[in-house]
Ligand binder design. Structure first.
Ligand SMILES: N[C@@H](CCC(=O)N[C@@H](CS)C(=O)NCC(=O)O)C(=O)O
Length: 201
């Protein structure tokens, strides 16, 4: 049975929990207190030198880090990942967008507001990230204005990757009020069979 090293507050971990639930794959979950440094111990760094969750331990003992790589690994050969070459590249396009333009701005601000003491440097960093986060949301809004899902009009791991931190963006102080298409898409993702909330394992 695969083992997922995880933290319940993490949207990156949630991406994996959500797909595992929707695939019906049984797994063991190991909760790490990342705020107490449990992902930075020598033992954990031997598993993932980058010191971060999520991390998937496969049945054969190999380790896979990076939430979107884990999604890709789990989704291969299932309806959550298209087969056609260009559609697969589009899935990757949105997953890279998530990691470069969305997560570093929206997830980071959420994490700081929920879990950290804010000093002046952090407040300035939030001011810098806020417009970048809204810019990412506008890109999503524009794409979703005429589409039900991100790729090929069907639910895929591109939607899971982007849902994880978009649906909790208000916890980072992002107002989704004007993002009508994004909010309808959030509802569609929530309505998918086997959906679980971020706090449920
Ligand atoms: N790009 C990575 C980011 C992973 C990440 O930032 N994990 C955070 C929690 S969301 C973490 O483990 N932080 C603990 C630490 O850095 O010590 C992914 O998508 O998996």
């Amino acid at each position: 049975m695969p083992r997922l090293f995880d933290n319940l507050s993490s949207g990156n971990g949630y991406k994996c929990r959500l797909l595992l639930a929707q695939l019906g794959v049984p797994y063991e979950r190991v909760e790490l207190d990342i705020f107490a440094g449990e992902s930075r111990t020598p033992d954990y760094l031997a598993k993932n030198p980058n010191g971060k969750i999520p991390l998937l331990e496969l049945d054969d003992g190999r380790y896979l880090a990076e939430s979107n790589a884990i999604l890709w690994w789990l989704a291969e050969g299932t309806p959550f990942l298209p087969e056609e070459r260009f559609r697969r590249a589009e899935v990757l396009q949105w997953m890279f967008f998530e990691q470069y333009s969305h997560e570093p701005n929206i997830a980071t601000v959420r994490m700081w507001l929920m879990h950290m003491e804010l000093d002046d440097a952090k407040r300035r960093a939030i001011e810098d990230k806020r417009p970048r986060g809204y810019a990412a949301l506008r890109v999503m809004e524009q794409h979703l204005a005429a589409r039900r899902f991100f790729v090929d009009d069907r639910y895929s791991i591109a939607d899971i990757a982007l849902y994880a931190y978009t649906h909790v963006a208000p916890q980072g102080g992002f107002d989704l009020g004007d993002f009508v298409a994004v909010r309808s898409w959030l509802d569609r993702v929530r309505a998918m069979p086997g959906h679980i909330p971020i706090t449920q394992v």
